[in-house]
Design a binder for this molecule. Structure first.
Ligand code: ZN
Length: 494
């Protein structure tokens, strides 16, 4: 059987409100999925929610409900966002799904040769639901940078997973590119982090400390550590271990994660896979954080930006455009409403919107909507495809915009409206005009193709307008200007 493509996204805790960081996971995975599908590949694309752990149990108690009823409501917030972004996912996994829970128990049993019981004395971040090494605790002054809270000192009997046994194999896989970490600087950071070896990981907690989770098989006093349970989703969602179909998709081609959880995905997760005798994912894409006006988004500052508000105010393609082009795929980025709106008005409304409207208008006016013979796409898109392969989506969109701008310059330069005035006076004028406008349509259709992964609705509108040989008039204005956060200059009239 041919190996099919598989891309995953991190599964967020079902308790919080979805934010732009989550949205970025879904968007990046969707861009890649649409690009691969456009090239005739079969792609499976997983999303989901992590529904176990203390934070969820605590929140449910606060609200006077039980954890299961609570997550049955909250996972919908993520599903709503994922749909709103237009993510073309194939599977939505919830870690409270019975199949997942059973599979995780089987995974636990298969990992037995590497599991031992021990006493954990050390640090724990309740916000991350993660054990913290002494080294990390010292380096951060005992405070979790992501949660701005002190680590707890805990002492408890736990089961341990012998991740240390896989240090050499993991280091080697990362170094030789069998499990590629993108970008390169994060790969180096991670290799530095594990230069003294992976530490064995506590993979359970006493039931009294962790009430809401998958019970450890044959030990009613212990509940599985949420990360073990959560990471397993990437294979259980495929049907592992009972449905052999998982083998068509695993190993994943890409696992998309935020930089803050790279260490779980490049350390513990590969160790689990090796313990199970499974191949490692081919690539891990670690994206950065999105700051707001240079400041990290946080609950305490209340400066978080709601992705749904952006989509409601500007449309889904405007959202997809900004976050794929103006947030570097492989590094931290910055959002402000002003930069967002400027990008919308100048690049989508002016550059692309105008090009489409003008060409449509001229063909309608001068040629009764009939498009001449379209030349084959002439632009060399090598850089675009290379950027897509390198997962530098921002650079791929830059390439598309070079084409959009050069089309606008071409129109300004050849002035089709001047050629139109020569019809009847100059015998060549009519055919020249047809040729110029057909060239412009060819460029727009090629732009439409290249935008399929990024702006699917826009790409579809461009195709519907031009692909039949006759202009199909657009419904409404293509990216009407919006001034909610900046001032309408009203300086020039088009
Ligand atoms: Zn934390």
């Amino acid at each position: 059987m041919d190996k099919k493509l598989y891309i995953t996204t991190a599964i967020p805790y079902a308790n919080g409100a979805p934010h732009i960081g989550h949205a970025l996971d879904y968007l990046l995975a969707d861009i890649w999925t649409r690009y691969q599908k456009q090239n005739d590949h079969d792609v499976r694309f997983q999303v989901g929610t992590d529904e176990h752990g203390n934070k969820i149990a605590t929140k449910a108690i606060e609200l006077g409900t039980d954890p299961q009823s609570y997550v049955d409501k909250t996972y919908v917030n993520f599903e709503t966002l994922i749909k709103k972004i237009g993510a073309s996912y194939t599977d939505f996994i919830r870690t409270t799904d019975p199949h997942h829970i059973n599979s995780v128990k089987i995974i636990w049993q298969k990992l037995q040769p590497y599991i031992y019981k021990g006493n954990y004395e050390g640090w724990y971040c309740a916000g991350c639901e993660a054990f913290v090494t002494d080294k990390e605790a010292t380096a951060s002054g005992g405070i979790c940078a992501d949660h701005q809270q002190h680590y707890q000192k805990i002492s408890e009997e736990n089961y341990y997973f012998k991740a240390s046994a896989f240090t050499d194999d993991i280091k080697q896989a990362i170094s030789n590119g069998d499990m590629q970490i993108v970008p390169e600087f994060r790969k180096k950071e991670f290799l530095e982090l594990i230069k003294d070896g992976l530490q064995d990981v506590s993979i359970s907690r006493p039931k009294k400390s962790l009430s809401w989770g998958v019970p450890v098989p044959d030990d009613p006093e212990q509940v599985m550590y949420v990360w073990l349970d959560a990471l397993a989703n990437y294979i259980t969602v495929l049907g592992y271990p009972d449905n052999p179909e998982w083998q068509l998709y695993w190993p994943a081609d890409i696992q998309v994660v935020g930089k803050d959880i790279l260490r779980f995905h490049a350390g513990l997760w590969p160790a689990m896979l090796l313990g199970l005798g499974l191949p490692l994912p081919k690539k891990i894409l670690a994206h950065g954080f999105i700051n707001v006006g240079g400041i990290k988004q946080s609950k305490s500052l209340g400066n978080g930006v709601d992705p749904i508000q952006i989509i409601d105010e500007y449309g889904v393609d405007a959202f997809r455009y900004f976050f794929s082009r103006h947030i570097p795929t492989l590094d931290d980025g910055d959002f402000t409403w002003e930069t967002f709106e400027n990008a919308y008005n100048t690049e989508l409304a002016n550059d692309l919107g105008n090009a489409v409207q003008r060409v449509t208008g001229m063909i309608t006016r001068y040629q009764s909507g009939v498009i001449g013979e379209i030349p084959q796409g002439e632009h060399d898109m090598g850089t675009y495809h290379k950027s897509m392969e390198n997962l530098e989506f921002d650079k791929a969109v830059d390439e598309v915009w070079l084409m959009v701008r050069s089309l606008n310059q071409y129109i300004e330069h050849v002035k089709p409206w001047e050629i139109a005035k020569q019809i009847g006076k100059d015998a060549e004028a009519e055919s020249h005009l047809t040729e110029v406008l057909a060239y412009a349509v060819g460029a727009l259709l090629q732009i439409g193709d290249l935008l399929v992964p990024f702006l699917p609705d826009t790409a579809d509108r461009i195709h519907r307008t031009f692909e039949t040989g006759r202009i199909v008039p657009l419904e409404g204005v293509f990216f009407p200007k919006i001034y909610k956060h900046t001032t309408d200059p009203h300086t020039t009239k088009d």
